[in-house]
Design a protein around this ligand. Structure first.
Ligand code: BES
Ligand code: MN
Ligand code: ZN
Length: 484
């Protein structure tokens, strides 16, 4: 999609639809469009439209202006309008106009500017909201927006913000595509291919094969791969935008989680293709960071494998040794995420990182606790936690901190090994994180459980149902001014 900024009057912009974001109950702001349009808007405001948040109304325009239609979009009550409300309105409006077959849009920025908010949030929502995943659909539809003109004076700041929004949104799409792709096509090998496709001058990608992982002693990770015929791929990316100790980003990359021998129930199992959403988010982040040439040093680690119950699969009661030397008793083969992350965290320490952040669809308990609305966050570094909370406010990819009490250590005590991989039903969101903590130890580390947020079952204003691509916008915001 082509987005441009033009400093012309709304009435002079030829387009399929002119979008007018409006405040609830306020029919008067856009008087610049002329008396006939003003009359139409006033009439609409008395009956079918109030300007409530996300409310939309398409009206044909009178012949005396260039836009063929006008789309009123409600922003809600003046005092309640926020960046997020604008983002949502953008998503709603764009998806609606796309579905109506419109191609060329213009955005009036007058009202948003008068609220001292940024129209870029509207564009951001619009970009994110028009995502579709149609790769496997026979019927072809050519409903796609191809042009949005932002009607505003241009400035360096506006251009920079717009470039950021476009780059990040395209990385969110990249992540969503990988996650939505079914596991027969999104195997560890194909995920590695997708990562390798990012290889370029300032972004180096390599793939550790099974034998490399064996040499490194990644027996926890490899124990998960044993039940599958698909070869595991441990993907390593490095983006060096600064001479500094790296921030290591780890993404859970189970391309399909059947539970293994501790098999999951059939109901809903098809969704377990999204168990690599953490890995996809990391690829999106590193792609966007390199395109924006951010002055940061990042290492991305994606331990990729399937979790299947094949004849060679790991069985409950088996004991494996992780890269750090710790032995793990595997109580439940469905608690596989922490096994692959343990080896990734152990491997990450070799890079002497300033910090480690892992993103993972780790526990069902995460969605039970927080629903689709928040990422569960746990970690050992207050400063990093606080920074992520700030980014969560900026992006509305909300995080909620959960505790890592010392007492949880007890839950993971094994009679026969150094640690066991499940701590029972109670507190399973936090004991999963505590397991990772036992591998991160003193290294500053934050864990983000995205099990509840990586997939949405019904459309949200700028997240069509399916993969959300969560994590990309959050961590990109963190990296914006990340100078360790
Ligand atoms: N990938 C799942 C967690 C999950 C569940 C993500 C639902 C998204 C939606 C994870 O590997 C898992 O199976 N966790 C188990 C752990 C349990 C066996 C201790 C869980 O949460 O049930
Ligand atoms: Mn599992
Ligand atoms: Zn899993």
């Amino acid at each position: 999609m082509n987005i441009s900024i033009k400093n012309i009057r709304e009435a002079d912009c030829p387009c399929d639809a002119l979008i007018l974001p409006v405040t609830e109950g306020d029919s008067g702001i856009n008087s610049k469009l002329g008396a006939s349009v003003q009359h139409l808007i006033k009439k609409a405001f008395t009956k079918e439209f109030k300007g409530k948040h996300n409310e939309i109304l398409l009206i044909p325009s009178p012949g005396d202006i260039k836009p063929e239609r006008i789309l009123l979009v409600g922003l809600g009550k003046k005092g309640d309008i926020s960046a997020e409300k604008i983002r949502q309105a953008g998503g709603k409006a764009a998806a609606y106009l796309r579905d109506m077959g419109m191609k060329k849009l213009a955005l009036s920025t007058r009202d948003i500017a008068s609220l001292k908010l940024s129209s870029v949030n509207f564009i951001e929502g619009a970009l994110l909201g028009i995502y579709t995943f149609k790769k496997y659909k026979g019927e072809k539809n050519n409903k796609a927006l191809d042009n949005i003109t932002i009607l505003s004076k241009t400035s360096r700041e506006l251009e920079n913000k717009l470039k950021w929004a476009e780059t990040v949104a395209s990385s969110v799409f990249f992540a969503r595509d990988l996650i939505n792709t079914p596991s027969n096509d999104m195997t560890p090998t194909n995920l590695a291919r997708a990562a390798l496709s990012l290889n370029k001058k300032n972004l180096f990608v390599k793939v550790l094969e099974k034998k490399d992982a064996e040499k490194l002693g990644m027996r926890a990770y490899l124990s998960v791969a044993k039940g599958s015929n698909e070869p595991p791929k441990f993907i390593v990316l490095e983006y060096k935008g600064a001479e500094a100790k790296p921030l290591v980003l780890i993404g859970k990359s189970i391309t399909f989680d059947s539970g293994g021998i501790s098999l999951k129930p059939a109901d809903g199992m098809e969704k377990m293709k999204y168990d690599m959403a953490g890995g996809a988010a990391i690829l999106g982040i590193i792609k966007a960071a390199s395109e924006m040439k951010l002055p940061v040093h990042l290492i991305g680690l994606l331990p990729a494998t399937e979790n299947l119950p094949g004849g060679a699969a790991t069985k409950p009661g088996d004991i494996v040794r992780a890269i750090t030397g710790k032995t793990v008793e595997i109580i439940n083969t469905d608690a596989e995420g922490r096994l692959i992350l343990a080896d990734a965290i152990g491997y990450a320490k070799r890079f002497k990182p300033v910090a480690i952040i892992d993103i993972a669809t780790l526990t069902g308990a995460c969605s039970i606790a927080l629903g689709n609305e928040a990422i569960a966050m746990m970690g050992n570094d207050k400063k990093l936690i606080d920074r992520i909370k700030k980014s969560s406010e900026n992006t509305y990819e909300r995080v909620w901190e959960m505790p890592l009490y010392d007492e949880y250590k007890e839950y993971l005590k094994s009679d026969v090994a150094d640690i066991k991989n499940t701590g029972g039903k109670n507190g399973s969101l936090v004991t999963a994180a505590y397991f990772l903590y036992e591998f991160a130890e003193k290294t500053p580390w934050v864990h983000l459980d995205i099990a509840g947020t990586a997939w949405v079952d019904k459309d949200k204003p700028y997240i069509p149902k399916g993969a959300s691509g969560i994590g990309v916008r959050l961590i990109m915001d963190l990296l914006k001014d990340f100078r360790p």
